[in-house]
Each structure stands twice: as structure tokens, then as C-alpha cells.
Write a protein that binds this ligand. Structure first.
Ligand SMILES: [Zn+2]
Length: 145
């Protein structure tokens, strides 16, 4: 508030102006409490919900995983996983998409495990064949003829 005598800006509620010493009138009563808001009886539409954006789980990673799985690990599991990953991207609900991604992930894991086992077996068989050939000098088994 301002001093009634000299016009200096003075703190609210002081009895004397710190600048000129003039006594100040009683501090004005506290601002009247705003009446409680009238309840509104008219129907109010609930705050417009944001457009229902169906959140999609991220599928890119799983699609890549599926393709890699398909190319390196025998194919079938990766192919099915790829289909599920793509379906997950267009699922009606997030939960649905998540479930499909989960299936894709499990298929990919199975595919990768089987693929790794397959490669180990292939390498082991060829390793034995080649090792035997080196040791015996007999390469006929490696050519298939
Ligand atoms: Zn004053």
C-alpha cells in the first residue's frame, strides 16, 4: 500500500509510514472471501477426453529380430514371429499388441536356440568329418561322392 501522507510504498498493515512517520489508517479488512462457487446443475460434458490414441507397442525391434531369426536360424519360427510382430503393430489395443509381441519374442527365442543348436550340430559334424579327413588323408567323405 501507499502512505496516505507522502505516497511512499509501505508494507501493508504498518501503523506509521517508515518514510515520513505519518500514521496510517487501519489496514483495510481482508478481502471478502469469495462466495463458494455455485454448484452447476446444468449438464457439463466431461472434459473432452483426448482422442483415444491407441498406443502401439514398439514392434520395429521385434520385426528386425524376427527377420534375423528367419535368415540365420532355420526360418519357420522367425517367419511366424515376423507375422506376429507385424500383427502387433496393427493390434486394436495395446494389450493385444503386447500379447502378440510376447508370442513373437518367445518364437524368436525358440528359433534362435534351435538355430544355435543347429549350427553347433552342423559345425560339429563337419568338424568331425574334416578332422577325420585330415587325420586319415581320406577326403572322400567331405565331397559327398
Ligand atoms: Zn509517508
Amino acid at each position: 500500500m501507499k502512505c496516505t501522507s507522502c505516497g511512499s510504498e509501505i508494507p501493508d498493515g504498518v501503523k506509521f509510514c517508515p518514510a515520513c512517520g505519518a500514521s496510517q489508517p487501519e489496514a483495510p479488512a481482508a478481502a471478502p472471501v469469495a462466495p463458494p462457487a455455485q454448484p452447476q446443475y446444468s449438464y457439463q460434458a466431461p472434459a473432452a477426453a483426448p482422442a483415444p490414441v491407441v498406443a502401439k507397442p514398439k514392434t520395429t525391434g521385434m520385426i528386425v529380430f524376427s527377420i534375423v531369426n528367419m535368415l540365420c536360424c532355420g526360418g519357420l519360427f522367425g517367419l511366424i514371429a515376423l507375422i506376429f510382430s507385424i500383427l502387433a503393430g496393427s493390434a486394436a489395443t495395446f494389450e493385444d499388441g503386447r500379447q502378440k509381441l510376447k508370442v513373437a519374442k518367445i518364437l524368436n527365442i525358440i528359433g534362435v536356440v534351435l538355430g544355435v543348436v543347429m549350427w553347433i550340430v552342423i559345425i560339429a559334424i563337419y568338424g568331425v568329418v574334416i578332422f577325420t579327413a585330415i587325420r586319415t588323408g581320406n577326403w572322400s567323405n567331405t565331397s559327398g561322392y
